[in-house]
Design a protein around this ligand. Sequence first.
Ligand SMILES: C[S@@+](CC[C@H](N)C(=O)[O-])C[C@H]1O[C@@H](n2cnc3c(N)ncnc32)[C@H](O)[C@@H]1O
Length: 247
Amino acid sequence: MTELYTTHAELYDAAFDWDVSDQVTAIVGFSGLELGRVLEPMCGSGRLLRGFAAAGFSTVGIDQSAQMLALARAHYERSGFTGEWLQADVADFDLNEGCELAVCPVNSLAHLATATTMKSHLNAVSRNLYSGCSYWIQLDLKQPEHIGQAEEWEFEYQGATLLSEWACTGAHDGMETHISRIVFPDGRVVEESYDMKVWSYEQFTRVLAATPFELSGAYTGSNFTPLAIDSSLDGQHVFWQQLVKQA
Ligand SMILES: C[S@@+](CC[C@H](N)C(=O)[O-])C[C@H]1O[C@@H](n2cnc3c(N)ncnc32)[C@H](O)[C@@H]1O
């Protein structure tokens, strides 16, 4: 597991902290839900789940990182929410109770390094989701020519303004190399490099076809403008896919 999710989990939590209420409203609306139980595999410190809790949903978050789950619990306590947390590998898990919705944002699923692990994960989510219900994921799809993006943004941490930089620096054997850097005002840097799996539309839909899920919608990440469901999704960045569990 990368240190960004363990030793430096507090920095991750501060850097990835933005309002999610519009995303929650859109996902709930497109899913035809009013209330229910929401699962977030790879929930981290619970940024998106908190938005569902604020909207009245009950929530269950799964993550491998004890530090991330501790931050998620602390956020919930401060907001007066109750939530369920499970420290587990999302490649295979079972819950005591089914869910009406599942979500997994910001390309976390690219941490699953093989088609076998992705299929196992999708089947685990499916086992814990009622038929007809949706799993909303953000998983970039791309061809090799789309590799090589970079982003940076400022965030507040303990009264100081820090810079978060992220870049994809290359690819090998179906994996991309990513570098995350956090720069403190005094010049101190926390930097980490890790590999993420590259998925094309063709590769991902082939795995989906071996699970109970169907890709029934695709939407831009910013304002949920509908996108065509075909190979033109290769190259879309941080967009939403709505996977619906078939009966
Ligand atoms: C990019 S962060 C996303 C966190 C959160 N979903 C968010 O939107 O801020 C990815 C998270 O996935 C978790 N993770 C990575 N691989 C995992 C696995 N196989 N099983 C469970 N959690 C995993 C990490 O610990 C980390 O918290």
